[in-house]
Each structure stands twice: as C-alpha cells, then as structure tokens.
Design a binder for this molecule. Structure first.
Ligand SMILES: [Zn+2]
Length: 91
C-alpha cells in the first residue's frame, strides 16, 4: 500500500515527519532530529493532529510498537488527509 499523497515538497516532509513520530514519542531522536521534527510540527496542523492521535493510541494500548505503523496506520493517515482536504477551511 503506497501513500497516494500529492508529490509536493510539503507532503514529502509530512511523510518523513510521520516516519519520525514513533522515535519522537519514544524519545530516541537525536537532538537535531527532534528539533527538525518539532519545527515541522509547528507549521503543520496535519502532523500535529497525527501526533495527537498517536499519543491517544498509546494511551489506549499502553505501548507503541513498530507494528502500529503498519499499512493500516498509513491508511488512517490517508483518511485524515482526505478529511482535511474535503473539509472547508475554518482558519
Ligand atoms: Zn506535516
């Protein structure tokens, strides 16, 4: 299952950020990686919500394993992006 996001640089950054979410939550990112991740989050409500959802998932399951970033999780991300795209902007 591939992510069918538009190949804009912002989306590529988001995919990279999403890949770092697990490391970020487990606090295993390097200081530079962590700073880069947080910088992206500061300007990206999509990834901010994704991170919030991941945190909620961890609260529910009590853990975050690599299996949680399975294709199922990627589909969830795609669904999130579709929802944002379809929703009228409220900002
Ligand atoms: Zn993002």
């Amino acid at each position: 299952m591939r992510l069918h996001l538009r190949p804009r640089s912002r989306d590529l950054a988001c995919q990279q950020a999403v890949e770092l979410v697990t490391d970020y939550l487990e606090d295993t990112l390097s200081p530079a990686g962590r700073r880069r991740f947080e910088t992206h989050l500061a300007g990206c409500p999509h990834c901010t919500e994704y991170l919030a959802q991941m945190r909620a998932t961890i609260k529910l399951t009590g853990q975050l394993t690599p299996a949680d970033l399975s294709p199922g999780m990627q589909q969830e991300l795609i669904a999130l992006y579709r929802r944002w795209k379809d929703e009228p902007r409220t900002e």
